[in-house]
Design a protein around this ligand. Sequence first.
Ligand code: TXA
Ligand code: MG
Length: 335
Amino acid sequence: MSRLRRATQKELDEAVTALRNGELVAFPTETVYGLGANARNPAALRRIFEAKGRPVSHPLILHLDSERFLPRWAMEIPESAYKLAEQFWPGPLTLILRSNADVSELLTGGQDTIAIRVPSHPMAQQLLTAFGGGLAAPSANRFGRLSPTRPEHVREELGDAVRLILDGGESTIGLESTIVSLVEAQPRLLRPGNVRLDQLREVLGDVQVGPVESSPRVPGSLASHYAPSIPVVIVPTFNLELRIDALLTQARRAAVLAQRPPRKAQTNVTWINAGRRADVFAHDLYANLRSLDKSGAAEILVEEVPEGPQWEAVRDRLQRASATGSNEPVGDDLT
Ligand code: TXA
Ligand code: MG
């Protein structure tokens, strides 16, 4: 595992200069790597959409070094935002608030709301403070693909489209932030993540779950988001061996992501035992799926994960990775 790194002064200077020139800088966060641009520069924001191949209607998350700058970007900030900030920032939580009128439409997707997060990764903190403003940063992957949790994933996804990649080691959490909307009468969980529903409820009381018609758009809620290129199939534990044998009898290779070792050694099977701990499973999930995606298998078989709050974000991402075809939102599913 590569170490969590802080940036050198040289790296910081280079990154800040690039950002001030409207260029893109990929940087580590504790969730996944972000593709950063000066949030006050529309030309820079446009570059994000080009580099990712992402439709401009999909809003971006604004990253700040602390809640001190919130009023520059959001208005009518409810008390609940500060309560959550106190508890979970810096950290893997994104808040949806009413945006100020001068915020770029490229950031908000033309809506009157803004997504804001204060990341805890030391290098993200250094960069944000040195830059001295807000950075718009979606995950640093091509649209619809797996989020990067290592600098080499960013290079793989975006190549030369990004001016600079800051290497901060592996993302410690490995899944995108929890997104909570605070613009309706009731707080609403839009995307599950490392900050769990039960933890949110401890601070907020009642919290609604999943997007509704009137909720802001969340591309992470498209059914086929976060997907490898080989089909992903979620398989109940008792069926795993049967599904593997079915592929092998057709002379095809199988890739498996399980929580246990294989019962027997088999050729033409690439097996990853990701273990039984939800936090470790989450940390390794995207890197594991990336490596299985290169295995030459006909399918990636993922052993079903347990029920329970610890596994909620992993379940959500696995469902999306396994959803085929359509870019239709997945109804009132957790997103
Ligand atoms: O952990 C994370 O959140 C990472 C790191 C880099 O911070 N970022 C991330 O960004 O996952 P992205 O763009 O891949 O996903 C951001 C999500 C999208 O699903 C987007 O629609 C949602 O945030 N979002 C942004 N602005 C929004 C808004 N105004 N209302 C509702 N959802 C919004
Ligand atoms: Mg993303």
